[in-house]
Write a protein that binds this ligand. Sequence first.
Ligand code: RFL
Ligand code: PHB
Length: 388
Amino acid sequence: MHTQVAIIGAGPAGLLLSHLLHLQGIESVVLESRSRADIEATIRAGVLEQGSMDILNESGVGERMRSEGALHHGFELSFGGRRHRIDLTALTGKAITVYAQHEVIKDLVAARLAAQGTLLFEVSEVQLHNIDSEAPAVSYQHAGQAQHLQADFVIGCDGFHGVSRPSMPEHLRQDFQRIYPFGWFGILVESAPSSEELIYAQHERGFALVSTRSPSVQRLYFQCDPKDDVNNWSDDRIWAELHQRLENNDGWQLKEGRIFQKNIIGMRSFVTTTMQHGRLFLAGDAAHIVPPTGAKGMNLAVGDVRILSQALNDFYRHGRHDQLAAYTENALKRVWRAEYFSWWMTSLLHTFADASSFQQQMQRAELEFVVNSKAMATALAENYVGAF
Ligand code: RFL
Ligand code: PHB
């Protein structure tokens, strides 16, 4: 089999790239190791920046996002028993949409299949070949058969644990990484939202976050030991912890409900450079990871494939190589900015077990600075909505 662009991974990066290429008349094949049902049910991100919404809308896959997603014009920061609103729209003129990543995935899968796109699920043993030649290839197993896909380009959209990044020559790559000494315990709850807007809470017992998924489902998170086990946390223990971290003296109450999913995620910051070698390009989590505090991961994946689809279009339409050559440089400008913001917001809001009492006071002073200075609040808001 031959295609113009072989895409490894059907996450937001791979599916959106395939969709954008199709709109430009460029054919692609997407190879995904999991089943369609599995990728459409995996609960991950929730926040879309304006720029990500714009791409989904402009490329014709924004209809459900517009009707089912919730537009948020601000969020709240909670600390010291008080809550402070960050008015995103007043400070930046922009907003964000809370719309679950697996819903974006469903919309993109439906669009690719409606356009007769080739999307292969449950492939295994994916291997990349000849990436430094003009005829790269991918071998894999599908439906019990060994397959070989010849392509002009291979795009690694296979997430942090995929095969694409390790297929790049080690001596050409430099990795930058920070692993945080905490994780997030995430739950899905059957209940109406406790708050119309997201609440990011700093508390001496640890960070907590109130988000939503729909008018009847809440998404809540709290900082935990990354090595902890969800089985150590009964529903009662979870609620007691969340009440302590979130409630303050304005009478607001967290709404409880049936908890129907619990998971723990580790937190890391990671960037690999270069994001390309020969005919292999990396996009999204395959190349970089941010801790979820700034809600940037899926938005960075969208940003990468926007740049890459334009560069591939330049190549096929106009025979130009310059935008492809500049891909890593162009993508990394935005990536490092988001890495900085995600690290900063994580540091501002989490409890660090080894922080001295002086460092704790500095964290509190910084929070006061953010909510009391319009300049600081604007900087936070600009970064959060992705106005850069
Ligand atoms: P993905 O989504 O990991 O998709 C990679 C796909 O590749 C497949 N795959 C392979 N396929 C074939 N062969 C192989 N060898 C393969 N190896 C892997 C995988 O099965 C998978 O389907 O990467 P992508 O597309 O780069 O997208 C990145 C985003 O998923 C990620 O950055 C976000 O989920 C991060 N994130 C958030 N981002 C936001 O923008 N806003 C948020 O509010 C937000 N909240 C979050 C988050 C991530 C979280 N977790 C679980 C880490 C909240 C959480 C809890
Ligand atoms: C979510 O709703 O899953 C979510 C929201 C905001 C974040 C991270 C995750 O910063």
